[in-house]
Design a protein around this ligand. Structure first.
Ligand code: FAD
Length: 323
């Protein structure tokens, strides 16, 4: 028995969600007193691969090839399944990303495994039962699922598990697996970015705003501050429910979880459901005109004031600092 983690890369680099998934997979391996092997597919250099050891991978299988440079759902699933079989891995961990969500069901079929996608916590393994807490109904609720099969596939939601560095460098070895022509029936030919904005789940700085901003017409200053800081924009749930901002920006228990170095909350009250999605932020700055707003209790820095006075001043100060 062992645990296998698929480490997906973006342009040859691993994102934070991969380090979270490796840390998470390490914890599952520890629960089961077994080893952790990582697999990477595509063009990633040896130092980047070996660095997965810091998060607990003992060995990294490196799969490369001209046709494998971009993500190919069926082919990647065939390779990961073969690696799982060769390394007797009965638990495969993925990140719950676009590719992870594509791979999870395919691996479920290939490995005859039970699948828990959208996992948000470590599995519980009490009394012979293996249960996983996961998001349900598009993130509006949680479910606890029991995986009863011998093989299991778990996809971890980004920013739901803390990265910890426990090891050193991992041993890297090349791995080749059989693929068939039918694995390449649909291939990505070109990747075109639809926006130059920073992606919210990966952002190191997030500028977020709530109902205190009164209406969508007032988001210009939020966008401007975010752009100056190289930050992603986010919002509270009522704001996206009202259609002021897209649902992809909704942060919290029923939205996206973020884990930036800096989270700036403007005109957000700090309801518990909102805090659930931002609590692992390193530094929290709150701007709110109500000194009693609950958000101040978790803030590292708080500014009591009207957002329409404070934010323009903050923008001017950042501009002056950058000049
Ligand atoms: P409000 O609560 O209306 O707060 C607005 C804040 O702006 C106030 O604190 C006010 O003092 C301040 N303000 C007003 N004017 C100004 C000004 N000019 N300058 C500065 N400050 C000003 N919410 C989420 O965000 N994410 C979730 O994932 C989420 N999930 C939920 C799940 C469930 C099951 C439920 C029941 C609720 C959920 N909610 C969620 C809603 C949550 O309970 C709150 O209602 C919501 O977070 C409040 O949003 P808000 O802070 O933007 O608005």
């Amino acid at each position: 028995m062992s645990v296998l983690i698929y480490a997906e890369n973006a342009g040859g680099k691993f994102k934070k969600s991969v380090f979270e998934a490796v840390t998470y997979a390490r914890a599952i391996a520890n629960q089961n007193n077994t080893s952790l092997v990582a697999i990477s597919i595509g063009d990633v250099d040896a130092a980047e691969l070996a660095a997965l050891g810091k998060y607990g991978a003992e060995k990294v299988l490196n799969v490369s090839g001209e046709k494998l440079k971009n993500f190919v759902n069926q082919a990647y699933a065939s390779i990961i399944a073969e690696a799982a079989k060769k390394h007797s891995a009965d638990i495969v961990v993925l990140s719950n990303t676009f590719s992870g969500r594509g791979l999870a069901p395919r691996l479920g079929v290939k490995l005859e495994a039970g699948v828990a996608d959208g996992a948000v916590a470590l599995p519980q393994q009490d009394g012979g039962k293996f249960t996983v807490k996961k998001t349900a109904f598009s993130g509006k609720a949680f479910a606890v699922v029991e995986l009863t099969s011998a093989n299991k596939v778990i996809a971890l939601v980004p920013n739901s598990y803390k990265v910890t560095e426990t090891g050193e460098t991992a041993q890297v070895e090349d791995f080749t697996a059989e693929t068939k022509d039918s694995d390449f029936k649909a291939m990505i030919k070109e990747i075109v970015r639809s926006t130059d904005k920073v992606s919210l789940p990966d952002a190191e700085i997030v500028v977020s705003a709530g109902r205190g901003l009164k209406g969508p017409e007032n988001w210009g200053m939020v966008e401007e501050l975010a752009s100056l800081l190289g930050a992603a924009t986010a919002c509270s749930k009522p704001v996206s429910d009202a259609g002021w901002r897209p649902h992809s920006e909704h942060v919290g228990q029923t939205g996206i979880a973020v884990s930036p170095n800096l989270y700036i909350a403007i005109g957000i009250s700090g309801a518990i459901q909102h805090l659930a999605g931002i609590s692992s932020s390193k530094v929290i700055v709150v701007i709110n005109k109500d000194p009693e707003a609950p958000f101040f209790k978790v803030a590292d820095y708080g500014i009591v004031g009207d957002a329409f006075d404070v934010v323009p001043k903050l923008i001017a100060a950042v501009k002056e600092y950058k000049a």
